[in-house]
Design a binder for this molecule. Structure first.
Ligand code: TEU
Length: 537
């Protein structure tokens, strides 16, 4: 097992710690909660866990505002507990991936506090991007950039200096031209690799480097003043050298529409993998999904990196809600309050999409709660915590609707999230019916579907062949002829996946046995619309 490059085809489960399971009953998920649910994750059949940031943080952006990388937030536990969790998980066959956020730190990070105290022109401020404003009194922001969360990405201090934050005010951007910034992050990587983690997710991986002049952005200019700059590749090469010492891997959050620029991050001496976020904005349409698969495989092939498949994460609308909307998912980021959705339809499609994503060659990510078929929750305005909501002037509900604490036990307070304290985000009334304990006993539940699919992924020869060879040069998938609105492909002749997105009930290929379907076949054994099947040939 040790020689297999596990990350090339792993199923990786994303744990949003704050909302996964509450071990101490205070309404916030924690490491004790995760440890108590490791058997569930083993039973689910995933091979690795990616933990969203669990470090000391004021949680102004759900932990993506890190105050100290070497301390676990006390709301979640202790460093000793994290070490125990990493070791216990590994014993059970689950590797750990931690999240690092190079673009920015929390405004409560010791570096930023020192920079504030030291004042304008100080060396402490050189670790960040402090500038004078424009206008007669410096009352205008230093440039015309726009925050990733909307609005002006600059905040002015009482001493007159402005500081740059591409995200929330509480997330000052680091100056990656400064050697201390590079050194510190390399130390942080070692710190976590030394604690036995198998991989690192890199947050906002295309943003950390900036044009030192911080010029105005003019659309169409290349290089862009803060996206996808060449300096990044040098940084990630040095990170790769560190990871290689440990046999660790990276998965980059590389948000880039251009396939060629995307693939540059996956060169053999850079990141092992990057999130392919294409499915999250792809409508439920056979031609578009097929094009998305083909484009993804084509952009990965030349660099020999495995593709990744992601239906959902902590930043986008839940799959069953997205697929139940008229626009079937185009607008995953621009959310609106009360967008109508047909959950029954969305659930059928999400089940089929799960089989599709789990059948494709490469690594696959499952965001917590997707395996329960959770819908996006409507969070009452007064309870929303996501800074995106506030920065939109309250028009955008933000991302909390996909971050609601999980239901574990139908017949327990707060659907068994952990204790008698109300969870940090309110759970919808419907939550208990999605509880893991109910779904465990129901062979037709979403959870049962995921468990079966993940088991087959590990045991079926159609998948196993790839696991053994790990050969990137071999044709990863072959499309089979199919009617309009239907996708059909085979991998290594062993496994066939058919997805009927929009066609009439379709005959399954002959001389095959059905391994798993996402929903019932019709009376004539045909695959109905919004249904997928796995077959062995
Ligand atoms: O997200 C990066 C990012 O580009 C976001 O702006 C994303 O486009 C948006 O959330 C889509 O709705 C990462 C993390 O995944 C996110 O949770 C953090 O808020 C962000 O970085 C800042 O660290």
């Amino acid at each position: 097992e040790a020689t297999v490059e596990w990350w090339r085809d792993a199923a990786i489960y994303q744990v949003y710690v704050r909302s996964f399971a509450d071990g101490d009953g205070d309404g916030t998920g924690d490491l004790a909660g995760v440890r108590s649910r490791l058997p569930y994750l083993v039973e689910l059949g995933v091979e690795a866990l990616w933990f969203t940031p669990w470090y000391l943080s004021p949680l102004a952006d759900g932990g993506y505002d890190v105050a100290d990388y070497r301390t676990i937030d006390p709301a979640f536990g202790t460093l000793a507990e994290a070490e125990k969790l990493i070791a216990e998980a590994r014993e059970l066959g689950l590797r750990t991936i931690v999240d690092v956020v190079p673009n920015h730190v929390s405004d409560q990070h010791v570096w930023f506090k020192a920079a504030l105290a030291a004042g304008p022109g100080s060396p402490e401020r050189e670790l960040f991007h402090f500038r004078q404003g424009r206008g007669t009194d410096g009352e205008l922001p230093p440039n015309n950039w726009v925050s990733e969360f909307g609005g002006v990405p600059w905040t002015r201090l009482d001493d007159g200096d402005w500081y740059l934050h591409l995200f929330a005010t509480e997330q000052p951007d680091l100056n990656w031209a400064h050697p201390a910034v590079r050194r510190e992050h390399e130390d942080v990587l070692r710190f976590w690799f030394d604690r036995g983690v198998a991989g690192v997710r890199i947050d906002s991986a295309v943003l950390p480097a900036k044009d030192p002049a911080l010029p105005d952005f003019t659309p169409g200019t290349d290089p862009h003043p803060f996206v996808d700059r060449d300096e990044l590749h040098d940084i990630y090469r040095s990170w790769r050298a560190i990871a290689d010492e440990y046999g660790g891997i990276f998965v980059g959050e590389v948000w880039l529409p251009d396939a060629e620029r995307f693939a540059r991050y996956l060169r053999p001496d850079e990141l092992h993998t990057a999130f392919n976020l294409g499915f999250m904005s792809c409508p439920w349409d056979a031609d578009l999904l097929r094009a998305s698969v083909d484009d993804t495989l084509a952009e990965h092939a030349p660099v020999g990196a495995p593709a990744t498949w992601v239906l959902a994460n902590h930043d986008v609308t839940r799959t069953v809600t997205r697929y139940g909307r008229e626009d079937t998912g185009f607008d995953f980021a621009a959310k609106a309050f009360g967008t109508p959705t047909d959950l029954e339809l969305g659930t059928r499609r999400a089940r089929a999409a799960a089989l599709l994503s789990l059948a494709l060659p490469g690594a696959v990510y499952v965001y917590q709660g997707e395996e329960l078929g959770l819908p996006e929750a409507d969070i009452p305005r007064g309870r929303i915590e996501d800074p995106m909501h506030f920065r939109s002037g309250g028009t955008d509900p933000g991302r909390d609707g996909c971050r609601v604490p999980l239901p574990w036990t139908a017949d327990a307070p707060y659907a068994g999230f952990g204790g008698d304290t109300e969870p940090w985000l309110p759970q919808p009334e419907s939550w208990a019916k999605y509880a893991a304990d109910l779904q465990t006993g129901d062979p037709d539940s979403m959870l049962s579907l995921y468990r079966q699919a993940l088991r087959l992924r590990r045991t079926e020869p159609g998948f196993a062949e790839v696991r053994a060879s790990g050969d990137a040069a071999e044709a990863p998938l072959t499309w089979l002829p199919s009617g309009p609105g239907v996708l059909s492909f085979t991998r290594h002749d062993g496994l066939i996946c058919v997805v009927n997105l929009a066609g009439p009930p379709t005959e399954l290929p002959g001389h095959t046995s059905v391994l798993l379907t996402s929903g019932p076949l019709d009376d004539e054994g045909r695959l109905p619309q919004d249904t997928a099947a796995w077959l062995r040939s």
